[in-house]
Design a binder for this molecule. Sequence first.
Ligand code: S3P
Length: 426
Amino acid sequence: MITFDKCKCFKGNIKVPADKSITHRAVIMGSMADGVTVVRNPLISRDTLATMKIMQQLGVNIVNETSRLLIHSEGVKNFKEPYDILNCDNSGTTARLVMGVLAPCSFYSVLSGDASLLRRPMARVINPLAKLGAVIKAKDNNKLLPATILPADMKAGEITAETKSAQVKSAVLLAGVQLEGAVSYIEKTATRDHTERMLQAFGIKCENNDGKITVHGGSLQYTQLDVPADFSSAAFYIGAGLIFEGSEIVIENCGLNPSRTGLLNVLKDLGVDVKYEITSNEYEPIGSIYIKSAKIKGGKVSGDIIANMIDEIPVLAMIALFGEAPLEIRDAKELRVKESDRIAALINNFRELGAEIEEYEDGLKIYPLTKEPEKAKLLAYDDHRISMVNIILAKKFGIKVLMDNIASLDVSYPDFIGDLLSLEEK
Ligand code: S3P
């Protein structure tokens, strides 16, 4: 249990940790390339350490110098059969992307994870890989981890997305690049495109024609790259800055990939124009975000934009508690199968604060808080993003807000509390 003191607002400049999605991909593709890849400014967190450990079990030598990783590999064709199971810990990205990497390999491997990951859906990635010839046997009729990946003779082909998921797309592309010919993945709703961008940075031909993403088989060329700061971590400062009157925050050097920044578009539609400026654009756009406190209007957020802000919905829901009118969020059923059932987690916590909330299978409607709660017990549900929302709410009310374990912060933002407090004005 942990309690926080109230603060007036947040002011100053902040650099948030490196992007989790991009770090996973850099570690994976650096391991698949033959040679020495240098990854500067990686995220070192529980999730990315799980990916690194798995690559090491496959025979890759990774030197973790914290501010950079040196990945020495003989390439994916020389990956070795692991002695033990591969533990993806809490990380869905690790499980799904690594499944794609291992599906065409000529050895036996087993993927598993922690209690949360063992509940998360895997058929969405097993089925498309099986269509290309992968042989994967998983628990509960091929739906859950643990999953065993057997040697298979996979063939190039075309897959149509059945789930709006960048993780599934990435698994198919990472298998596809190892096959002869071209593999296409057709998605009606655009999801984050870090894999496509990074494959190109590793010298692979990968193009997107109107949602048909085609990867051409080939060998990844080792490279050097910088990981931008994580927009999803920055989003917590966007939320904190908006809801604490008088706040002024600048987030520096942050990833601003348009397939990730749906939150900024939605806020603009809700009457809050968060300014940002792109200052460089190598394989990913990077820039600064300028936040000043403001209230959103009410309304409804739904449709394709949800895929471009899926990890930021907890923050948007928190902002809505302090909006001018109710906000309805729909088409967000995916939130039920993240590190926790985030729809249920947000609803339970917000009701605990005294807010009126309506629940839908695919979302929630948040009515602004009408009075300050005197005390509340917010639960983290072992979910890093729920924990970070709770911490901001705890700072807002300055009452005893009890929280269960916040160790889950290790997953994406180990020093969130220190960084947030460095901006507080009492
Ligand atoms: C991720 C994609 C998203 C996101 C997750 C990371 C990725 O999941 O929620 O935190 O790195 O590709 P889905 O693509 O399954 O929605």
